[in-house]
Design a protein around this ligand. Sequence first.
Ligand code: PLP
Length: 393
Amino acid sequence: MRRVYLDNAATTAVDGDVLAAMLPYFAKHYGNAASLHSFGQDARQAVEDARQQIASFIGARTEEIIFTGGGTESDNLALKGVASALKTRGKHIITSSIEHHAVSETCGFLEQEGYRVTYLPVDQYGLVDPDGVQKAIEAETIIISIMHANNEIGTIQPIAEIGRIARERGICFHTDAVQTLGHIPVKVNDLNVDMLSASAHKLYGPKGVGILYVRKGTRIDPIMHGGEQERKRRPSTQNVPAVVGFGRAVQLASLRMAEENEIIAGLRDRFIKELTAKIENCRLNGHPSQRLPNNVNISIEYVEGESLILSLDMEGIACSTGSACSSARLEPSHVLMAIGCPHELAHGSLRFSLGRQTTDDDLDYVLDILPAIVTRLRKMSPLYKKGDQVTSR
Ligand code: PLP
């Protein structure tokens, strides 16, 4: 059976070059990067080379990069670390209502610890209004965290503008760039950010390794305690092969990103156009142009996202949904709810995320299979039979 992977926002395949760069660090150069002997020095050199590659890719200094165990840990460290360091200055945090759970659940935890959190609304495309950020700032605000691009609907936020506002008011500004690093330009100075989270497995690197960029001078406490690794900001023996893989993945992205983006965005646009033409009562979620080059998120009326995923999987096609059941939560996606998507449409949502390996043929295959699946599922839908119209936008 043909297999088509369109879930690259969930994770990507490790690039062959990345894997080759990592392999010697499992059983040949296996030293602990903190050890003084030559085994340790080899490992340390590899970690520092990767730090340099990543720092130069985002326009940072090497000492501003902290290696972590992934995007979730980076988000936790950013928010809890600053909240702890600045707790005597204030206890107010600003974020958006469409953040990844790595940010929103951390904010929820901080609320239990006595911090107050403002969750800014977004417009119908998922955009945060910089004026709204400005208005939400209080004397007690210590950190603003707004994601660079949304993982479900792909909307890219006006981060540079929000960063300018935060800087004018002297407030630490964090962005979750897990979905953007390696996909669109990410330069910490252009974006006016003080902290930035990223994760290797979203850009053809290994799982379980991330970075937190922390601008020099930013006050942050560690959230784990132990050794002195990562300048005492993140203890634990560095995962050398993964760190090396992250560095190589970033190097490849710096060589290929611009060209790849153009190709992937072209595929995305054709796919959106043909999908919405071939399937009636189907609409695009997210911003029409300010969106990630690889993201297609649609809602299809009168069908369940979960049934669509299972039917597509039987045809070898992998994608994801913001529908309640498949995401193991009771409510449909908080992102789709925040953009005002009616429940019925949120339940029939599909996210296709394209990747380096995606071809026109792959998309033609989906364009061939999906309309037939929708027709079959709709035949079983009492709503569709009644012809009950759910308002389309
Ligand atoms: N933030 C965003 C926007 C994400 O999309 C993800 C993963 O899907 C994460 C954070 C968490 O990253 P990780 O899987 O590396 O913990």
